[in-house]
Design a protein. Structure first.
Length: 187
């Protein structure tokens, strides 16, 4: 387990943790849903650190290069998504936080939830770096939470003033991965 991979993974999760502070619109109150969704973002780095220091040995060694590459892609996708927005967006777990508009360009051209896609890549990178129970549980839990959250967001958007536009956008974009990748997998 290389220290350089640990450093980039740590930076990846710190970058994600800073998003509510540096980018998202401030909400009056965080809901329980926000905290439940945030839980794996704390667990996964703890599992990585526990493995690095030998407290929780990994099940296998997939190599550090793959982990570094996945983290780098995650960081790049977060940065690209941040650059796509002209104004901060809603945290979405807040019932009083409605969208002001929908974004269908830049990072959103092919993926409806590029932030979530980048988060998933970070969890996969953590598991690849330290494949053990905590990183696996964090990855699985995050996948379920992010998928449920994305589904709720999409339902709210479909019922919003942007509903018709958003439904058309859904047909042209994938939830977390571009549609072209989904179509190749289905063959």
């Amino acid at each position: 387990m290389e220290r350089s991979a640990l450093v980039i993974l740590s930076f990846n999760f710190i970058y994600i943790a800073l998003l509510p502070v540096i980018f998202f619109r401030k909400s009056k109150k965080l809901t329980y849903g926000w905290f439940f969704t945030a839980l794996p973002f704390a667990l996964s780095p703890l599992g990585v650190i526990a493995s690095y220091y030998g407290y929780l040995p990994p099940w296998a060694d997939f190599g550090d290069v793959a982990s570094i590459m996945l983290s780098a892609i995650s960081i790049a996708l977060i940065s690209y998504t941040l650059g796509t927005h002209k104004i901060p967006i809603a945290l979405w777990h807040q019932k009083d936080d409605a969208p002001l508009n929908i974004v269908t360009y830049g990072a959103y051209q092919y993926i409806r939830h590029p932030f979530y896609a980048s988060f998933i890549l970070a969890f996969i990178a953590a598991f690849v770096y330290a494949p053990q129970i905590i990183t696996f549980a964090a990855l699985a839990y995050a996948m379920v939470c992010l998928n449920l959250t994305a589904g709720k967001e999409e339902e709210r958007l479909c019922r919003s003033d942007f509903g018709l536009e958003y439904k058309a956008y859904m047909e042209q974009s994938g939830r977390f991965w571009p549609l072209a990748i989904k179509q190749v997998k289905n063959r």
